[in-house]
Design a binder for this molecule. Structure first.
Ligand SMILES: Nc1ncnc2c1ncn2[C@@H]1O[C@H](COP(=O)(O)OP(=O)(O)O)[C@@H](O)[C@H]1O
Ligand SMILES: [Mg+2]
Length: 336
């Protein structure tokens, strides 16, 4: 058996809180919002970790922490075994060549006044990489790799479709030969008909360049298509993590069960009755005590109100943070 590959990226007990003003009263009052709260994961080269959860659960904050754009208030990020250097330093800029990002809005990521080919080349100039005369050829290679020909070089962003623009953003992200791509909702703004094409392109590029992806989406169905492993986040914490197929066919955490239940499928193919979450997504400033999911959880018991479950392995090897899933809930049920 091969030894497991050394992780490319490690998040260890990663946390980030923000001081915010809670609304109410004339000025509101100060409060602390725990956007990311003790998140740990490993990502090995060439693999994809999917991060999924409702809006506001801390996915983008996790992405920004990984990229070093945001400094953690607790824990750390390690890249190739070493801590990510402080933002703005020379070491950080060097490292940023190896970790690139793709966000939701390709138009916002591009400069409307500059031909897209120039924008694909731009990182080479910024990092002084490659001989000046070779840069154009390298940009053409990347345009080809993302399925756009040389004819796109001189076009402007507004002349392209959303899917084509996202391909340009990808070409630019890849021109410095990164090993990690952080993709934050990269297809959420695209037409459904185009989404699958971009997912297929991401899969092709991963195979071709050996890229690792941290792939973020609020859509479990999308995450499943591309991920080797999936982590489900709820209010700043990972609540379940493991094999995507297993997670979708037999979710362990009641929150994952609700996400799976929300995926439209033919009624006949549904294995469990549809589970509708009660209550609104809670405000992260008022994080419920115990398990943060307990006010919406159909399986919650007394213990869940007071005792925060830790993420730990179930007998089948996947991770879950749930007293009930671990059979450690005792018997007293919450009176709903
Ligand atoms: N700079 C910030 N200042 C205050 N609150 C923030 C800041 N960035 C994010 N948050 C809050 O942190 C929580 C998580 O946000 P985010 O990571 O963007 O979630 P997601 O990407 O999963 O939708 C949200 O409640 C958001 O309002
Ligand atoms: Mg986000």
């Amino acid at each position: 058996m091969n030894a497991p590959a050394a992780p490319l990226l490690q998040a260890r007990d990663l946390s980030r809180s923000f001081r915010v003003r809670r609304s109410g009263g004339m000025f509101g009052h100060a409060a602390v919002l725990h956007a990311v709260d003790g998140v740990s994961f490993d990502l090995t080269p060439g693999r994809t970790l999917g991060l999924v959860g409702e809006s506001g659960c801390g996915k983008t904050t996790t992405a920004r922490l990984v990229l070093g754009i945001l400094t953690p208030t607790g824990g750390e990020v390690r890249f190739e075994g070493a801590p990510v250097p402080a933002p703005g330093t020379r070491a950080w800029r060097q490292l940023r060549r190896r970790m690139q990002m793709v966000f939701q809005d390709p138009l916002g990521a591009l400069d409307r006044r500059i031909p897209v080919g120039q924008q694909v080349m731009e990182p080479l100039a910024i990092h002084g990489a490659g001989a000046r005369g070779d840069r154009r050829g390298r940009a053409l290679e990347l345009l080809d790799a993302v399925g756009l020909g040389a004819s796109f070089f001189a076009r402007y962003p507004h002349e392209l479709s959303g899917g084509q623009r996202q391909r340009i953003v990808l070409a630019r992200a890849l021109i410095l030969d990164p090993t990690l791509l952080v993709c934050d909702e990269p297809i959420s703004a695209l037409d459904v008909s185009i989404q699958a094409q971009v997912i297929n392109l991401l899969l092709d590029l991963q195979a071709k360049f050996g890229l690792a992806y941290l792939f973020i989406s609020h859509d479990l169905k999308v995450v499943r298509q591309i991920s080797h492993e999936v982590a489900v986040m709820y209010l700043g914490k990972i609540v379940e993590q493991g094999d995507p197929d297993r997670l979708l066919t037999d979710p362990a955490h009641p929150y994952t069960q609700a996400l799976v239940s929300a995926i439209p499928v033919a009624a006949a193919a549904r294995r469990r009755p549809r589970l509708i979450l009660k209550g609104d997504p809670p405000n992260p400033v008022d994080r419920p005590a115990g398990c943060a999911f307990h006010p919406r959880c159909p399986a919650a018991v007394d213990r869940c109100r007071v005792d925060t479950p830790v993420l730990k392995p179930l007998p089948d090897g996947r991770l879950a943070a749930c007293h009930v899933a671990h059979g450690e809930a005792g018997s007293a049920r919450l009176v709903a």
